[in-house]
Design a protein around this ligand. Structure first.
Ligand code: URA
Ligand code: CA
Length: 433
């Protein structure tokens, strides 16, 4: 086989075989296929697309390019949740203990945040003592014993994806549905779960800005998952404004604790139930999505979900007393209100820009090397659709520096007050095939 012939075949819109796709990914991973040929291939895929079969083959070829995690010694059906990334998205912190409280094993590998998007590991590290550097044995033991553990990214997972993503970034080929879908799904499949629930975000703070693109991506990923024997479902959810009220690490831990007690923000709770019921259903713990939702509500009401969160924190070395004493979480030195400049209705809170405002305070990383401040962030006092009076606080800034002029400017530029405004639809659809 010669790479040049395969580039030509895809360029002309023909379907590649399983062997041809393996040849490309293996050769590229081993540096036998140079970047310039792989770039041309990515551009050919960008214009000619891939069939569902080709997408599944590309995904599995990338899975096999490196290590895979073997979770077979964990009892039960392992269901993973993946979000395509948003602002103030606290769902993993809520969902993990919530479904674990129903006996569903949560063996989660998580990452750190970058840019306007936060990461679950950073949030958990705002709990004194909590650590994610646990051995594989400890990880599996914890999941078998307590049904829940979170570990930082380990091993050499999907090196082909890492290399290809870097190349796509500089060759204008990131925005291709088959390439994005296979990239995300390869990482999820390598991480070892049996079933996958996807939260595909749409709107200003999301990777997919339009609903149409989000739907297409959701269908593509669900199709790949089901093609390769991992039951997969997706929820398409709004990310035009941040999720919940809190944006920032310790602030989001507190928000998760509120939500596990049934006292959280309405949108966060609704999304957690929508994703959670799919997880429960895919884990074969309920006969219907309605029954699954009922079970989730029960473990919130009974306090079992919150107790599971405490157990999880203690198991990984953290101070579980923060759950009843959230004032023990890192606190910022200055609380600064952002008063509305006029009376009206909040018409827009631009998610990515507000995420960037939180990043300017130190809640997120501008680059991979940046240090973050776990205490700082933003608390929204108003959401889209809320009435507001001139002078009323829109946002409370939690800062460790007294001068926040840059943050104020960003917030005022991206929260729009008008005569009318409507709370956006949160769940745009469910994709099961
Ligand atoms: N996120 C990924 O992991 N891969 C892509 O290709 C795009 C977004
Ligand atoms: Ca939030």
């Amino acid at each position: 086989m010669r790479m040049v012939d395969l580039i030509e075949k895809k360029r002309d819109g023909k379907e590649l075989t399983t062997e041809e796709i393996s040849f490309i990914i293996e050769g590229f991973t081993k540096d036998e296929i140079p970047d310039y040929q792989m770039s041309a291939f990515a551009m050919a895929v960008f214009f000619q697309d891939m069939t569902e079969r080709e997408r599944a083959d590309l995904t599995m070829a990338m899975v096999h390019s490196g290590d895979t995690i073997d979770l077979s010694t964990i009892e039960g059906i392992k269901v993973d949740k993946h979000s395509t990334g948003g602002v103030g998205d606290t769902t993993t912190l809520v969902l993990a203990p919530l479904v674990a409280a129903l006996g569903i094993p949560v063996a989660k590998m998580s990452g750190r945040g970058l840019g306007h998007t936060g990461g679950t590991i950073d949030k958990l590290e705002s709990i004194q003592g909590f650590h994610v550097e646990i051995s594989k044995e400890e990880f599996i033991n914890l999941v078998n014993k307590a049904k829940i553990a979170v570990v930082g990214q380990t091993g050499n997972l999907t090196p082909a994806d890492k290399k290809l993503y870097a190349l796509r970034d500089v060759t204008a080929t990131v925005n291709s549905i088959p390439l994005i879908a296979s990239s995300i799904m390869s990482k999820k499949i390598a991480a070892g779960s049996d079933a996958i629930v996807l939260d595909v975000k749409t709107g200003a703070g999301a990777f997919m800005k339009t609903l149409e693109d989000a739907k297409e991506l959701a269908h593509a990923m669900v199709s790949i998952g089901n093609h390769v024997g991992r039951k997969t479902m997706a929820v398409i959810s709004d990310m035009s404004q941040p999720l919940g009220f809190a944006i920032g690490n310790a602030l989001e831990v507190k928000e998760a604790i509120d939500t596990l007690q049934g006292k959280g923000p309405k949108d966060l709770e609704e999304l957690c139930l929508a994703l959670g019921r799919q997880m429960v259903y895919l884990a074969n713990k309920a006969d219907s999505l309605e029954q699954a939702e009922q079970m989730l509500k029960e473990v919130i009401q009974s306090g079992k979900a919150l107790a599971k969160f405490k157990e999880f924190i203690a198991n990984q070395g953290g101070d579980a007393s923060i759950v009843d004493h959230t004032e023990k979480l890192p606190q910022a030195a200055y609380l600064i209100e952002v008063p509305a400049k006029k009376t009206g209705v909040v018409a827009e809170i631009v998610a990515d820009a507000i995420g960037t405002a939180a990043m300017l305070l130190g809640a997120g990383r501008a680059t991979k090397e940046s240090k973050i401040d776990l205490a700082v962030g933003l608390m929204l006092n108003k959401k889209v659709g809320d009435q507001v009076k001139s002078g009323e606080s829109l946002v409370t800034i939690h800062s460790n520096r007294p001068n926040v002029d840059d943050v104020l400017k960003k917030i005022y530029g991206n929260i729009h007050i008008a005569d009318q405004g409507q709370s956006p639809v949160l769940i745009h659809g469910i994709v099961t095939e």
